[in-house]
Design a protein around this ligand. Structure first.
Ligand code: IVH
Length: 716
């Protein structure tokens, strides 16, 4: 059996360390490595974040006391070493090949037929894997240690990015066990999670840096950082997909078993991999993932089909740089070219004016796209995008579609100019009103007509009117959103209708709404009104960080809100905090501090806080223990499928929500548990494919009753 190990690698010639300390350090490393593996590779932690932090803290303390015990492979050393000057070139002993593409079932069949012919009719199983859209890397291990990690480069030579790869927690720094080859190379794809991509770009834009076009570029940009501390701050991850070579060790005779072995050694192998025996099964895999890929937290652009036995792979060989034993069966393109009809401007909740593209509708990977983001004015200029240009549009999963750039070759020789201002940036037509895009941001807010301000050190322009109705609408939508007060039924449409009807003038007014008032709105029936009021009532018990996040203070995301709530305990204390006090909170920089002080410095915002308190919204963490029921399911997402014998579907969902959990409608990577009743739907298949934990009705009831130990509950 192979297992992960840590290493103390005792160095010679150094002062003797207390053997008790050395033993404890070794124990801690083994334990932390094990929990890293559970958390980062298996996605199934068995201890809480706090317990993990405690182990890490203890190890750090020992290492501080006995620096001679620090080894490069200690889990404390993943945080990122000092910057390197540039990347050294690395020669790949076995080249990293590329793949031939198949764009249709016919092309896949043609590939299969050719392989069959070359193998003179011998049949073979095929390993099917998702083609992760990131950056290929090769990891070399020698004597059980990660020796080097390199990018693919041109396939023959890559860059030595060892220090950066070491910061990726799912890459084992050491492996051990019987039969581990003395030297071997593992290959895989490093990716940037989709769910973190938008935030990374927001931060980059705020700093005046160009946003990344897609998660793949974000992965490459993060891995090719000269300062590993920057890489360490990025949430990179990896799936390994192959063995480059292995010296002096037993290696299975086929790809599928080799992957199982790598998994055993602690590498992160994609749980969606499948071994197919017929082309029909391969087609089935491909179509299932074409549907389900949007729910993955990483970008994929197809399925890689590999002939399983290594001896057959060898027989089939390589033509040019493409092996005949594998093929990339591509999903329909997620990029398209279309006409940019105009540039619109929307107003966000912070007052930021966001330019967006109004496009000639185009099918991008199976979805019609009419609007796409353009980030900011500087980005439009940098990419040299003109209205009426043909532009590349990309849609990557749940990431908002975006305009990548113009097809310069298709721009008319004399680009249309605006008659009024001679700008190329918008169409030759009557000069648009003062408040729309005219080759630059307008001087007045398109929603309220008040002056626009542009802070000197920012790339964004803002509506300066705190009472701007468009800003307020976005604030209300944010307030009621999932990560905020999570008021089900209070979506964009209802928010706008409530504002229009004058029923809500600030976010706290939501708690004064009556059924009679709701019933005056168009298309609002008795039942919907009761449901909305019930979810408004329920939202009063939201955890303090979510309430704080819901207030929509600039620069205060959910993670920051958690730090602040933990430090101050109550919103009252936070609202009275001075900049000096805020500057002592770990993780809170001056920009966030200033923003908080400015927010609560406004009388209107203090009034909202007061109204929320009067309405009974949770304002202090202590209240949770003293007055409200416990919420042991916070952070866990449940999906229910099939019939439950002892309670109805909605009762089950209500119980989950009462205990702080959330309920999803389909199984995704974010789902913690699928509760399986009688006659389950295809959600069960989805859960199996994604490796989602499942609960029988009996287990589910036990969990609700608090009878299942908390340790069995993975982190959400
Ligand atoms: S196998 C000869 N498997 O796709 C086999 N590649 O176009 C070569 N990729 O550079 C690679 N996921 O970066 C393989 N499951 C997977 C993959 C995968 C993504 C990338 C890889 C490679 C490119 C080939």
């Amino acid at each position: 059996m192979l297992y992960l190990v840590s290493s103390t690698g005792q160095r010679r010639g150094q002062a003797m360390v207390d053997p008790g300390a050395a033993r404890r350090v070794e124990e801690l490393r083994e334990e932390i490595n094990y929990h890293n593996y559970r958390y980062y590779v298996l996605d199934s932690p068995v201890i809480s974040d706090a317990e993990y932090d405690q182990l890490m803290r203890e190890l750090l303390q020992w290492e501080e006391r006995y620096p001679e015990l620090v080894t490069p492979n200690s889990p404390t050393q993943r945080v990122g070493a000092a910057p390197v000057e540039g990347f050294a070139e690395v020669e790949h002993p076995v080249p990293l090949l590329s793949l031939a593409n198949a764009f249709s079932g016919d092309e896949l069949r043609a590939w299969h037929r050719r392989a069959l012919d070359l193998l003179e009719g011998a049949t073979f199983a095929m390993a099917c894997e998702l083609k992760v859209d990131g950056l290929a890397v090769a990891l070399t291990y020698e004597d059980g240690r990660l020796l080097r990690g390199a990018t693919r480069g041109d396939g023959h030579r890559g860059e030595d990015v060892t220090l950066n790869l070491r910061t990726i927690r799912s890459i084992p720094l050491a492996v051990a066990g019987e039969g581990v080859p003395r030297r071997f190379e593992v290959r895989g794809e490093v990716y940037f999670p989709k769910s973190r991509f938008a935030r990374l770009n927001e931060e980059r834009i705020a700093r005046g840096e160009p946003p990344f076009a897609n998660p793949r570029n974000a992965a490459a940009g993060s891995l090719r950082q000269l300062d590993p501390r920057v890489t360490a701050s990025r949430p990179l991850d990896i799936y390994v997909y192959g063995l480059g070579y292995a010296e002096d060790g037993a290696v299975p005779d086929n790809h599928w078993d080799a992957m199982a072995r790598l998994k055993e050694m602690g590498f992160k192998v994609n749980p969606s991999n499948a071994l197919c025996h017929t082309l029909e099964e391969v087609e089935g895999y491909y179509h299932r993932w074409m549907e389900a890929k949007e729910h993955l937290d990483y970008a994929v652009d197809g399925v890689v089909v590999k002939v399983n036995p290594f001896s057959y792979q060898q027989h089939l060989g390589v033509v040019g740089r493409e092996p005949r034993w594998a093929v990339a069966y591509k999903f329909p393109a997620t990029q398209a070219v279309t006409r940019l009809l105009d540039i619109g401007i929307s107003v966000g909740r912070t007052g930021a004016l966001n330019p967006y593209a109004i496009l000639e509708p185009v099918d991008v990977g199976g979805a019609m796209v009419k609007l796409a983001t353009l980030h900011n004015e500087e980005d439009i200029r940098r990419k040299d995008i003109h209205v009426q240009d043909y532009v590349f549009v990309e849609r990557a999963g749940e990431v908002i579609p975006q305009v990548l750039g113009p097809v310069v070759a298709r721009r008319p020789a004399s680009a249309p100019q605006c008659d009024a201002c001679q700008s190329h940036f918008h169409a030759a037509r009557e000069h648009p009103a003062e408040i729309t895009w005219k080759g630059g941001m307008p001087d007045r807010c398109p929603a309220c007509g008040q002056p626009v301000v542009k802070p000197q050190d920012e790339v964004m322009s803002y509506c300066g009117n705190g009472a701007c109705p468009a800003r307020f609408a976005q604030s209300l939508i944010h307030f009621a959103g999932r990560a905020g007060m999570d008021i089900e039924g209070l979506g964009e449409k209802l928010c706008l209708a409530l504002i229009e009807a004058g029923l809500v003038r600030d976010v706290a007014d939501v708690y004064a709404l009556t059924k009679e008032q709701l019933l005056t709105l168009e298309r609002m029936g008795e039942k919907s009104a009761s449901n909305v009021l019930a979810s408004i009532e329920r939202s009063k018990g939201r955890p303090v960080p979510n309430v704080l996040f819901a207030l929509g203070i600039r620069h205060v995301g959910l993670e920051t809100a958690e730090l602040l709530a933990r430090h101050f305990g109550s919103l009252d204390r936070l609202s009275q905090a001075t900049p000096e006090e805020l500057s002592t909170v770990p993780g809170i920089g001056p920009k966030i501090g200033e923003s908080i002080v400015a927010h609560f410095g406004q009388e209107g915002n203090r009034g909202i806080l007061e109204k929320l308190r009067e309405a009974g919204v949770r304002m202090a963490a202590e209240k949770l223990k003293a007055e409200l029921r416990p919420t042991p399911l916070v952070g866990l997402q449940f999906v229910v499928t099939g019939r439950l014998a002892s309670l109805s579907r909605s009762e089950a969902e209500d119980r989950i929500k009462e205990l702080g959990g959330s309920v999803g409608s389909s199984v995704t990577r974010k789902t913690t548990y699928l509760v399986v009743g009688e006659e389950p739907s295809s959600k069960l298949d989805d859960a199996r494919r994604l490796g989602t934990a499942m609960l029988t009705e009996e287990e589910f009831l036990k969990l609700l009753a608090g009878e299942l130990p908390r340790e069995t509950v993975p982190r959400g």
